[in-house]
Ligand binder design. Sequence first.
Ligand SMILES: Nc1ncnc2c1ncn2[C@@H]1O[C@H](COP(=O)(O)OP(=O)(O)OP(=O)(O)O)[C@@H](O)[C@H]1O
Ligand SMILES: Cc1ncc(CO)c(N)n1
Length: 270
Amino acid sequence: MRRTALTIAGSDSSGGAGIQADIKTMMANGVYAMSAITALTAQNTTGVTAILNATPEFLGQELDSVFTDIFPDAVKIGMVSERELICVIAEKLKQYQAKNIVVDPVMVATSGARLISEDAIDTLKQELFPLAAVLTPNIPEAEELTGMHIEHADDMIAAAKKIAEQYHCAVLCKGGHQLNDANDLLYFDDHYQWFCGKRINNPNTHGTGCTLSSAIASNLAKGYNLETSVERAKDYISGALAAMLDLGAGSGPMDHGFAIINKYTQEEED
Ligand SMILES: Nc1ncnc2c1ncn2[C@@H]1O[C@H](COP(=O)(O)OP(=O)(O)OP(=O)(O)O)[C@@H](O)[C@H]1O
Ligand SMILES: Cc1ncc(CO)c(N)n1
C-alpha cells in the first residue's frame, strides 16, 4: 500500500521552499503527500514581502480533515510563526497519536526574513519538541535553541546533545553551507553519528532545510529507521543540488524532480 506523509508548514509562492518543496520532495520519494497550511507567504528567491497566517481554527480543521480520512505515516512540521498555531498542532498531533514526527524549527529564511515571532519559540520548545522523533536545526537555529556559540564540529555535537537531552528526541544538526561542509550530525539514544555529504558548489540553496526534513519524513513513512532515513535524505538532496537548476535572481530553488524521469518529463527538455 502507498505510504503517506503530511506537511504542516507555510506556502512559498516561489515554489522552492515550504509546502511546495515538501510536496515535491515527498512525491519524488515515493510517498503520497498531504498538507496543512499554517501561513501564506508572498516570497521569491530574493525575499519575503508578506505573510498571512491561517487562523488556529482553520488550521485545526485542516488537521481534522487529514487525520480523520487518510492517516499519515509520517508528519513534517516546518514554518509555524505564532503560538496559537503551534498549540493547535500539538493538540491535534496528540489527539490523533501522530507518529514519525519530524520538526524543522524554521526561524529565518535563506534570504534573511524572520519566519517565527520571538515569543513563539518558547511555545515551539514546550509543545512541539517533545512530540518529535527528530528535530532538524541548522547552526543558527541550534545556537538560538541552546544559547551556545557553534564554531567547530565539536560544538555541533555538544549543541545537539544538549537539545536531545532536554527534549528527549533525536537531533540532526545540519552543517550545510555555514560550517563543516555538508556534514550533518545526528545525536540519538545517547550517541552520535556523522552523515557526511559532498559539498556541491551550487549557490541555489533556497529550501534545502524544508527539502531535507521532508525527505527524512518520507523515508520514515516508508518504514526505514532514522539513520537510514537521514542517509537516504542526504542522498536525495545532494542529487537535487547537483542537478544545478538555476532560476530566479537570488538563491534559487533546487531541482526536486531530478530523479523522476519518465515519458512526461523527457519530452520538453532543451
Ligand atoms: N552546497 C551544499 N552541498 C551539499 N549539501 C548541502 C549544501 N548546502 C546544504 N546542504 C545540505 O542540505 C541540507 C540542509 O541544510 P541547510 O543547513 O542548508 O538547511 P537550512 O539552513 O535549514 O535550509 P534553509 O535555507 O531552507 O533554511 C543539509 O543536509 C546540508 O548538509
Ligand atoms: C514558507 C517557508 N518555509 C520555510 C522556509 C525556510 O527555507 C521558507 N523560506 N519559506
